[in-house]
Structure formats: structure tokens, C-alpha cells
Design a protein around this ligand. Structure first.
Ligand code: NDP
Length: 291
């Protein structure tokens, strides 16, 4: 059936993992990639290599897109536009919400439906039951193609009709992801400058990371209530603490770009007169930087 036959365009680590997961589940898979050699392993497992984007799109109703960004999506789909009528594009390429909306509009103009997806998993998680993807776009397309979506990541969630929503939720997650990873890499650099390895500090950084869930829950309730009570933590304390972090890194000869940015944000909060409030008052400043 149409549901058992899928095209995958873009064979980076993600697209290759997706095509492999579909082959594992018995789907007939057609693939296309700019650099054709990246398809070799999949072709050896039975995937069909389409000679052009237009032929890849023409091959199946369901077309999965896993490209670097939407500039790549345009570069790939524009020459294939006449083949798009009636297609369901599962666009798992990360993007801003605005880009995702514009992409969905463009696809609709060519008779195709786009479901935007934000994949919350690394390539090794693809095809695993616990991996997770946010989708948005037409609910009907989500329901119709759910088996394919669940073959890619075990857990899927439809967040609404707006094709930008999945991109938005994905980017909210990525704000957390990249800044947390940078914080971790900064900690490793500081440890290293002091003769310790990443393995040495793993137990303590994991403990810090684990404690964050409770911290988020504590702040979430107060932030939504508009309460930034300085009863547990004060922004003035936060500034002093961030300054200790900055100077410890500087004294160790480690790059200070990240700790200096943290100090600058806390200082703006104190200068805005919030020094006696909770550090969470920074949310108000981040949300309305001019005020
Ligand atoms: P890559 O950037 O490694 O590869 C994506 C593909 O895009 C490649 O096949 C590449 O082709 C193709 N491509 C890039 N530019 C063009 C272009 N101008 N024309 C044609 N093809 C192009 O990405 P990943 O596979 O790692 O990820 C795919 C998407 O998934 C990205 O949007 C990423 O943000 C997202 N994602 C990735 C995760 C990860 O851990 N890797 C996790 C969650 C989401 P070629 O082989 O010819 O270079």
C-alpha cells in the first residue's frame, strides 16, 4: 500500500538512520541524496536510489525530508515542484517557526501537505521506542501517516495545525540543549585547566544536572504567578556568584565568553533594580529586553 512505501531525501546521519529504521520495519524505501554515495549502505539493504529529486518525490506519496536547513529544502524541492501534487512532506529538517510556515505555504501552493517535525532524538535513537518527535500541521495528515511517524520515533505528538508550532517547541528545547551543553563543555575546560578529566567531574556534573528538574518546577509555578520573591535566592547574590565563576575561569586561563555573558545578564538585572528579587526576575528582562 501507499503507506508501506516511503521516500527519504537527505541522507545525513539522521536521514540514514530513518531510512534504515523504515527498512527494518519492512517498508519499501526510495532514497535520494545530493552526494549519492551516502546511499550505498541503504541500497545494499534494498533501498531504491532515485536519480533525481523529482523522481524521488514522484516515487511515493510520503516524502521524508531530513536536510541541514530550509535553504537546502528549497534547493532540493524547487526543481521537483511539478511532482509535488498530492504528496505528504514529512519535513524533519530543523528550522525557525517562520521558515516552517513559509515552507508549508510553498508546499501547499504546489498541492502538497507539509507536516513539520522536530526530532528530539539523536540518530542512534531513531527507530527506538522511547525516542520522540513533535509534529504540527494538518491533523488529518498526522493521523493518516502515524505508522510511518512511529517507525521513525516510538513516541509522536501532534501539537496543533500551525506548521510553525513543532519548530517552536523544537527550538525551545534547543535553547536548553545548546546552552546546557556549552555549560558542560565550559565546566570540562575549567576542570582540564586544573588537571582533571571529563571522567573525574562526571559524577558531580550529573548531580547538578539532575537537580535542575526540581529547580525548574519550583520556578515555573512562581514565574506563571508573576512572583519573583527573593526569599530563596536574590539576583544580587546571583551576580556575585556569576562573577566568581567568571574569575575562576579567567584565573585558570580558560575562555571567558560564556561566563562573561552570564555576568552581563545578571548585572543588567541588578541595574534594572531587581537585585533584591529572585534570579528568576531575569525572565522579565529576557522577555522584554528594551524595558
Ligand atoms: P546533516 O547536515 O549532516 O545532513 C543533512 C543532509 O542535507 C545531507 O544529506 C546533505 O547532503 C544535505 N544537504 C545540505 N545542504 C544541501 C543542499 N544545498 N542541497 C542538497 N542537499 C543538501 O544533518 P543531519 O542528518 O545530522 O540532520 C538532519 C536534520 O535533522 C537537521 O535539520 C538537524 O538539525 C536535525 N537534527 C539532527 C540531529 C542530530 O543529532 N544529527 C538531532 C535532531 C535533529 P550531502 O550528503 O550531499 O552533503
Amino acid at each position: 500500500s501507499a503507506q508501506h512505501s516511503v521516500t527519504v531525501m537527505g541522507l545525513g546521519p539522521m536521514g540514514r538512520a530513518m531510512a534504515a529504521a523504515l527498512l527494518d520495519r519492512g517498508y519499501a524505501v526510495t532514497v535520494w541524496n545530493r552526494t549519492a554515495s551516502r546511499a550505498d549502505g541503504l541500497v545494499a539493504r534494498g533501498a531504491a536510489l532515485a536519480p533525481s529529486p523529482a523522481e524521488a518525490v514522484a516515487a511515493n506519496e510520503v516524502v521524508i525530508l531530513s536536510l541541514t536547513d530550509y535553504a537546502a529544502v528549497r534547493a532540493v524541492l524547487e526543481p521537483a515542484a511539478p511532482a509535488l501534487d498530492g504528496r505528504a512532506l514529512l519535513n524533519l529538517t530543523s528550522a525557525t517557526p517562520e521558515e516552517a510556515r513559509a515552507g508549508a505555504d510553498w508546499a501547499a501552493g504546489h498541492g502538497a501537505v507539509q507536516l513539520t517535525g522536530g526530532v528530539n532524538s539523536s540518530p542512534t535513537g531513531i527507530g527506538q521506542p522511547e525516542s520522540y518527535t513533535f509534529y504540527s500541521g494538518p491533523r488529518e495528515a498526522f493521523d493518516r501517516h502515524r505508522p510511518v511517524l512511529e517507525a521513525l520515533t516510538g513516541r509522536v505528538d501532534h501539537q496543533g495545525e500551525d506548521p510553525g508550532l513543532a519548530a517552536l517547541h523544537y527550538q525551545i528545547g534547543m535553547v536548553m540543549f545548546w546552552t546546557s551543553l556549552l555549560g558542560y563543555w565550559q565546566a570540562v575546560a575549567l576542570a582540564r585547566a586544573n588537571g582533571m578529566t571529563a571522567a573525574d567531574i562526571l559524577p558531580s556534573v550529573v548531580e547538578t544536572a539532575d537537580s535542575l528538574s526540581e529547580t525548574f518546577a519550583f520556578y515555573a509555578e512562581r514565574i506563571d504567578a508573576g512572583v519573583h520573591l527573593g526569599d530563596v535566592d536574590r539576583l544580587a547574590m546571583g551576580l556575585a556568584s556569576a562573577d566568581h565563576v567568571l574569575r575562576t575561569n579567567a584565573d585558570a586561563g580558560v575562555d571567558t565568553a560564556l561566563p562573561a555573558a552570564v555576568v552581563a545578564l545578571f548585572r543588567r538585572g541588578v541595574e534594572a533594580g531587581r537585585g533584591a528579587d529572585s534570579c528568576s526576575a531575569l525572565v522579565e528582562l529576557l522577555a522584554k529586553p528594551g524595558k
